[in-house]
Design a protein around this ligand. Sequence first.
Ligand SMILES: [Ca+2]
Ligand SMILES: [Ca+2]
Length: 109
Amino acid sequence: EILREGDTDHDGELNFEEFARYLQERERKLLLMFHSLDHNQDGQIDVSEIQQTFHSLGVYISLQQAEKILHSIDKDGTMTIDWHEWRDHFILNPLENMEEIVHYWKHST
Ligand SMILES: [Ca+2]
Ligand SMILES: [Ca+2]
């Protein structure tokens, strides 16, 4: 998947430049998603913000399900997701937008 998306000169290989460009583009998208999740703009995503995001996309999840999702990304046990945790979790994952992430989470809980 990364190969297909990142291989901009379509030679079937991912050279270092293409890979670096791919990661840069991923980071930009992930940052936008991070900001859209962080409703109160405090730089952290908490459990209620995860739940709100699901609800805003018309998907009901319980607080426990939202906590489970949060635990899978929260590496340092703060019960919030900061930008670094978010980026590290999704950087090599080809999800494109919040709809896809919500769909992915829904199937992982
Ligand atoms: Ca927040
Ligand atoms: Ca954390």
